[in-house]
Ligand binder design. Structure first.
Ligand code: ZN
Ligand code: ZN
Ligand code: ZN
Ligand code: ZN
Length: 235
């Protein structure tokens, strides 16, 4: 029953409620050019002429472009961590670095959120990008955690175009940067509050000052975030 409901809901136009047309989205492999289904669907409503994308992409990508199953067996290079030669389907890439799936998935950091006072395991790209700087890694992971857990509007706007349309001047990139800066300031304020109340846990993976320093290294800090960081580091 739950499944049936989901299928119906997604075929329904979010603007006018009429049944929408559904068509599978095809992508072409960047190496051999073969076309295959990406798992995503394009929906269009004949009544109000709205269209949107739905479904989850199941296609393998390399440097942002699609790769077919056959080309996925080609060599991607050697893993920067374990040196093993890996194929495209078993590797991740960030800028010019390649990491194998084993190394990519093995590393997990336990991050503590000063706002909800919960610990959570952080997996994926951030662990790899910031593997040599855990304070920055924890700050970055907290921004992501905050965006998905503490701000409901972000995920909702991503999923639902008619919800996003209600946010003044909505644009995915700018909105994400704005939410990220809000998140940074809220987390820094939560850290400072703990320090003032003497409740910042000694067992926290990163010290209060270390974490604030970590936020200072992150990209796209706006003026308000920079000012807040400077103010608290000066104290
Ligand atoms: Zn191919
Ligand atoms: Zn419609
Ligand atoms: Zn590896
Ligand atoms: Zn939290």
């Amino acid at each position: 029953m739950a499944n049936r409901f989901l299928i119906q809901a997604i075929n329904e136009c979010r603007s006018c409620g009429m049944r929408a047309q559904k068509e599978a989205v095809k992508v072409s492999c960047q190496f051999c050019n073969i076309k295959f289904s990406s798992g995503k669907s394009q929906y269009s409503c004949d009544f109000c002429e709205r269209d949107w994308l739905g479904g989850k992409s199941n296609s393998l990508t390399w440097k942002g472009n699609a790769v077919c199953e056959k080309c996925g067996t080609e060599e991607a290079g050697s893993c920067v961590i374990c040196d093993k030669i890996v194929c495209l389907s078993n590797a991740h890439n960030f800028e010019s670095e390649t990491v194998c799936s084993d190394c990519f998935n093995k590393k997990q950091e336990i991050v503590w959120c000063p706002k909800c006072e919960r610990s959570f395991p952080n997996k994926g790209f951030l662990n790899f990008i910031f593997r040599n700087d855990s304070a920055v890694l924890h700050a970055a992971a907290l921004v992501t955690h905050y965006r998905h857990t503490h701000v409901k509007s972000y995920d909702r706007a991503c999923r639902n175009p008619s919800y996003a349309a209600k946010i003044p001047h909505y644009n995915y990139v700018d909105y994400k940067a704005k939410v990220n800066n809000c998140a940074k300031r809220q987390i820094i304020r939560a850290i400072v509050k703990h320090v003032e109340k003497n409740s910042y846990p000694e067992t926290a993976p990163i010290s209060a000052r270390g974490l604030i320093l970590g936020f200072g290294v992150l990209k796209e800090n706006d003026d308000a975030t920079k000012r807040l960081i400077e103010k608290h580091l000066a104290n």
